[in-house]
Design a protein around this ligand. Sequence first.
Ligand code: PGA
Length: 245
Amino acid sequence: MSARLPLVVANWKLNGNRDLLAEMLPALTELDASQVETVLCTPFVYLGDEFGDVQKGAQSVASQSSGAFTGEVSAQMLREVGCHYVIIGHSERRAMFGETDNVVAQKVKATLDAGLIPIVCVGETEQERESDATLDVITKQVKSVMDILPSFSDSLVFAYEPVWAIGTGKTATCEQAEEVHYNIRQILMSYNHELAMSTRILYGGSVKPENSKELFSSENIDGGLIGGASLDVESFTAICENAVA
Ligand code: PGA
């Protein structure tokens, strides 16, 4: 890993409860924040709770700032309850909730406008990988966000999550992941070389304590976005510790 501070993000999805939160928070507080940054993305309802020193993240956000959008939560509201990060464009949102590249880009903009940090998820399906379309798909997803930003923000995080590796137990090999991460950084460099070098690019998809150390040792993998393993305190903290260089 490079000089970029490793970042490990828990994505609880539609899981967890206050008991798990009470167990997770003290364990995360014990990690050395100067060595690894951690973020806990719970369902919205828990984000109003006291997280102490642990950083809060949301799993989605409205693209609009206010108005008649029943069920939505704005970036400003997330900021008000102390959120720092927002996961945007997770493949489950793209596949099940109709989030297109354009919607993802609007949400990134709304998040940055509210002073929060978007974690932009990109990734190819199994079929796209098999037909050798991975880099084309990733390029389109990354550019659709970068092209609508007035300028490259230093508060952007990307997460490469191959759709076929999410919740399936299949993980991309280090070589497969590094190839995509390297390419994402190359795309970002075409916008701003210096900021591209400091942008963190996370890997997600069946990351576990056993495979995390090797993945995180790749040059362009700066941490992880963790689903299933983030619901277990021991597994998640072990992954965070493996991210320390
Ligand atoms: P997983 O999920 O770790 O359970 O594969 C990752 C994610 O969806 O962010």
